[in-house]
Write a protein that binds this ligand. Structure first.
Ligand SMILES: [Zn+2]
Ligand SMILES: [Zn+2]
Length: 274
């Protein structure tokens, strides 16, 4: 599916949202109702994909058919007011599991997001680094031997490998590690160590031609979006397509901070003379 063509000129959309099928806090119908009452024209569901490891945040493989059936039911309920899409936010765990895996390619999905939430420890154990800072900090200490450089290096290494393997339309929150890493080691994002890894990923993303989401989920709490403005600008200079996704886990968040996100995109467009 060509997401950019689907959206057209609409500014009321999201292609990243969660529900009861993963770690969302509301049923799909409640999220859909919220999207309709916000006046959304397009709404993509994107449960955290099944993963071959224990994870309470991810959808169970055996729920996939029920999920797809529920998208169809939602279309029947609200399809005259908003277009709904069956997507998935697919976890990249390594060469053995990610968006390029045949398991996901064979799913009848309208769109796929590729995201890195788990990275392997030095001992190869997939470990969630996507949570709140307290949890992140504990894990860096307990699971990664306090080595924040290893965490950053591995996050970007896994992201790069995911982009090179392909199989998805949108890259999810591409520099999200920067938020927790900066709280753990203030200033790390400005280091050449960090920037060289980030830039390598931006090059690969631009080269691959995938859509970048400007993820607004953390803006209210942390005052930043993913990717940060400077990275977004670098991508847009190279013609990368951008959409603004709320990554809502609750109905009141379906449009949260999207206006600010759209304004950021417009500002960069303006400065690029587009
Ligand atoms: Zn995510
Ligand atoms: Zn998400």
């Amino acid at each position: 599916m060509d997401i950019i063509a689907e959206i057209g000129k609409s500014k009321l959309y999201t292609f990243h949202s969660h529900t009861q099928f993963c770690d969302g806090h509301a049923p799909m119908e409640t999220m859909a109702r919220a999207a309709v009452s916000e006046g959304f024209t397009h709404y993509g569901f994107s449960p955290h994909s099944p993963v071959p490891i224990a994870s309470p945040c991810n959808m169970k493989a055996e729920d996939t058919d029920a999920y797809l059936a529920e998208v169809e039911r939602i279309k029947g309920l609200f399809g005259d007011r908003c277009r709904f899409y069956a997507g998935m936010e697919i976890d990249y765990l390594g060469p053995e599991w990610g968006p390029a895996h045949p398991y996901f390619r064979e799913q009848p999905l309208d769109f796929r997001i590729g995201s890195v939430h788990f990275i392997p420890t030095q001992d190869g154990v997939p470990t969630d680094i996507d949570g709140h800072f307290e949890r992140f900090s504990e894990r860096v200490q307990a699971d990664f031997h306090g080595d924040i450089d290893y965490v950053v290096d591995t996050f970007f290494g896994q992201s790069l490998a995911m982009v090179e393997a392909g199989g998805f339309d949108i890259i999810g929150h591409l520099d999200k590690v920067g938020l927790n890493a900066s709280l753990y080691a203030p200033g790390i994002e400005g280091s050449s160590f960090y920037q060289s890894r980030l830039n390598r990923l931006l090059d690969a993303v631009a080269e691959a031609g995938v859509i970048v989401e400007l993820n607004t989920k953390a803006f209210e709490e942390h005052g930043r979006m993913f990717p940060a403005a400077a990275s977004l600008r670098k991508l847009m200079e190279r013609g990368t397509k951008v959409i603004v996704n709320s990554d809502a886990h609750r109905p009141e968040r379906v449009n949260a901070s999207r206006l600010q996100g759209l304004a950021m995109v417009e500002k960069i467009k303006g400065s690029l003379g587009r």
